[in-house]
Design a protein around this ligand. Structure first.
Ligand SMILES: C[S@@+](CC[C@H](N)C(=O)[O-])C[C@H]1O[C@@H](n2cnc3c(N)ncnc32)[C@H](O)[C@@H]1O
Length: 261
């Protein structure tokens, strides 16, 4: 049985200082695919957050599964009061070192209902919903729902739209490396928009906005003429009729105020 981080349950993958370092230095290296996608997404996310802050100037913000603080830092530019939480102390240590005014917490909201209890005007959670164990998606979203004020806003992304070129790229990878299929499947999940909608609806949210980025799969960014492919991907991402096939989808949701949730 392998014990590399890729074979651990998802919440255990980021527990070590080494995992935190890899996330910052490899996944978000200056020239990485993830960094290129985030460069395109960040202005959109900031605008959404600014709109939330304009509508609710006293609302506190919560960055859930903050990791090394990539999103927390953006939210700190908009909100005077930010709480950020992750299950991994090692990830939070990196986030705290680079943070400004945010308060950081370590723990599991599924076990501790009083942790970062809110109420918050808005919540972000990035790069979590896709990879967390599927049976935990709705319970986690319900916990976030409980922490939002009436009419509060949830912004999250799913970085593996099933109806995108990522899907054939994954199938190709699995075909080429059949013995790694288990690991690849665990690492590179996909979700359809309908699946996301079902989870969000079950947790008491209504999707109000969807924004897609990235049409070309990550592999293409490793080909020669990298900046050409990146520019082409940026151009394709701007075509409105291709948006629904974007690899990375950002969802802006409102809390539905229904009984029991
Ligand atoms: C891929 S990182 C994303 C970090 C950050 N949100 C970002 O977008 O850069 C996923 C993070 O989710 C955290 N995580 C996984 N399961 C969690 C849970 N049940 N509660 C809180 N954090 C969790 C991990 O520790 C890890 O830091």
């Amino acid at each position: 049985m392998k014990t590399t981080a890729q074979h651990l349950p998802y919440p255990d993958r980021f527990l070590t200082p080494k995992a935190a370092e890899t996330y910052v230095q490899d996944e978000y290296a200056a020239d990485s695919y993830a960094t290129a996608i985030w460069a395109e997404q960040a202005p959109f996310v900031k605008k959404l957050l600014q709109e939330v802050h304009r509508q609710d100037p006293v609302g506190r913000h919560f960055d859930f599964a903050c990791g090394t603080g990539r999103i927390t830092r953006l939210t700190e530019e908009v909100f005077p009061e930010v709480d950020a939480l992750d299950i991994s102390a090692a990830m939070v240590e990196v986030a705290r070192a680079a943070g400004r005014q945010a308060r950081f917490y370590v723990g599991n909201i599924l076990e501790n209902h009083d942790l970062c209890a809110g109420p918050y005007g808005s919540i972000t959670t990035f790069r979590l919903i896709l990879n967390i164990d599927p049976p935990l998606r709705v319970p986690v979203l319900i916990e976030l729902h409980r922490r939002l004020k009436p009419g509060g806003v949830l912004i999250f992304n799913v970085h593996g739209n099933r109806h995108s070129l990522r899907q054939p790229a994954l199938l190709w990878n699995r075909w080429r490396h059949p013995d790694e299929a288990g690991g690849i499947k665990r690492l590179l999940n996909t979700m359809s928009r309908a699946e996301v909608e079902a989870c969000v609806d079950a947790a008491g949210f209504r999707i109000e906005q969807v924004h897609g980025i990235g049409i070309l799969p990550q592999t293409v960014y490793r080909w020669p003429l990298r900046s050409f492919w990146r520019g082409l991907d940026r151009w394709l991402s701007g075509l409105s009729w291709l948006k629904r096939f974007s690899i990375d989808l950002i969802f802006g949701c409102k809390k539905k105020d229904i009984g029991g949730l």
